[in-house]
Design a protein around this ligand. Structure first.
Ligand code: NAD
Ligand code: TYD
Length: 363
């Protein structure tokens, strides 16, 4: 029976991971440490039978206490500032959380597991991104685990720094670490600032769909459940000191993702008249195509052109393979947002933040 400390477990991928792990390993203990920043949502963990500790990964003594009190043997480290656009306008929080915060987590793990502990098996699993490898040309081979790091945004540079620290704590101190670098996730609970949930909610309210530049940037789309299975595989079958790339096998230009999303929305409205009553501002409610909302806006500074993942190592060594096709995953995700309107409405209208202040005063 493992005892997990999951940082950032109230965020998008962390919460999906907690639900996945609870279902697959019900006898294990799962403690979540999350600062409930703008993207953290305690309600994501409802019905997960998990203890949520509201606190900062930079609070080393809190992390050490949690590790000792619960005899933690596995840290799964998701907590991060995660949005590239925010890193362009305010990089400091990214350095604070992603670099200094990750270093604080490593110091806590070293202190409890190596300095005080008896060297029993333990695991520090670090969640990272394919963005650390930089940007590909159309004919470049996909990123492998040995691709040279070339981060281009403050976000990816901060994640690259954290990856190096994780690696260094293995090589220097013998901390048993694994890292997964994954591609763009989508699925339930994603904060509506990222491409797919933002554009979906804009389709429902009749707001413009702002396409950066020519929209020909390419990403490999990974359903969050597949990502969670990849992390699980790295925890169960990965070797300490190793890095694994996790992808969705669905590389697509942004315009194609947006057109597919719009056509799924149109088809759902055509099938279900109740949607037009619920979302009267949607073009689809007025018989117009959702893609009539597309507009071109100034490109993101330093915008990476293409990410693509070579996941042959994860396939061979972890027995990992994505199960979701992009089309089915997108359809299921859109249905999830339609069925969970209260979840995103509370974020959009500020009532969720008021709820956090009432319930986690003094966090
Ligand atoms: P998210 O923004 O939805 O969640 C981040 C979580 O971390 C939130 O719950 C937030 O409250 C918490 N957090 C932030 N700062 C904290 C701090 N100082 N102390 C404690 N908790 C803190 O992000 P996500 O999309 O779920 O990403 C999770 C991880 O996956 C990140 O490390 C990110 O870099 C990585 N990743 C994400 C994607 C993606 O497509 N979303 C792709 C590749 C890698
Ligand atoms: P995003 O979801 O922010 O993820 P990342 O930057 O980590 O890849 O963006 C995915 C792609 O969509 C990226 O190429 C930027 C583009 N994009 C837009 O064109 N418009 C938008 O409003 C957003 C949020 C993203």
């Amino acid at each position: 029976m493992a005892k997990l400390l999951v940082t950032g477990g109230a965020g998008f991928i962390g919460a999906n991971f907690v639900h996945h792990w609870r279902a697959a390993h019900p006898a294990d203990t799962v403690i979540v440490l999350d600062a409930l920043t703008y993207s953290g949502n305690a309600q994501n963990l409802e019905a997960s039978d998990t203890e949520l500790v509201v606190g900062d990964i930079g609070d080393q003594s809190l992390v050490e206490k949690l590790m000792r009190d619960h005899a933690i043997d596995t840290v799964v480290h998701f907590a991060a500032e995660s949005h590239v656009d925010r890193s362009i306008h305010g990089p400091d929080a990214f350095i604070e959380t992603n670099v200094i915060g990750t270093h604080s987590m490593l110091k806590a793990a070293k202190s409890v597991w190596l300095d005080e502990g008896d060297g029993q098996p333990h695991r520090f699993h670090h969640i990272s991104t394919d963005e650390v490898y930089g940007s590909l040309e159309l004919d470049d081979p996909a990123f492998s685990e040995t691709t040279q790091y070339a981060p281009n945004s403050p976000y990816s540079a901060s994640k690259a720094a954290s990856d190096h620290l994780v690696r260094a704590y293995h090589h220097t101190y013998g901390l048993e670490v694994t890292t997964t670098n994954c591609s763009n996730n989508y699925g339930p609970y994603q904060f509506p600032e990222k491409l797919i949930p933002l554009f979906l909610l804009n389709c429902l309210s009749g707001k413009p769909l702002p396409i950066y530049g020519d929209g020909q940037q390419r990403r490999d789309w990974l359903h969050v459940e597949d990502h969670c299975r990849g992390i699980e595989a790295a925890l169960l079958r990965g070797k300490p000191g190793e890095v694994y790339n996790i992808g969705g096998g669905a590389e697509k230009p942004n315009v194609e993702v947006i057109d597919t999303l719009c056509s799924v929305v149109d088809a759902l409205f055509a099938k279900d008249a109740a949607l037009a009553e619920r979302f009267p501002g949607a073009p689809a409610a007025q018989g117009k195509p959702s893609n009539s909302l597309k507009i071109t806006v100034t490109d993101r500074p330093g915008h990476d052109r293409r990410y693509a993942i070579d996941e042959s190592k994860a396939r061979a060594e972890l027995d990992y393979a994505a199960k979701w096709s992009f089309e089915d995953g997108l359809d299921a995700t859109i249905r999830w947002y339609l069925e969970n309107e209260a979840w995103w409405r509370a974020i959009m209208d500020g009532t969720y933040r008021q709820w956090v202040e009432r319930n986690y005063d003094g966090r």
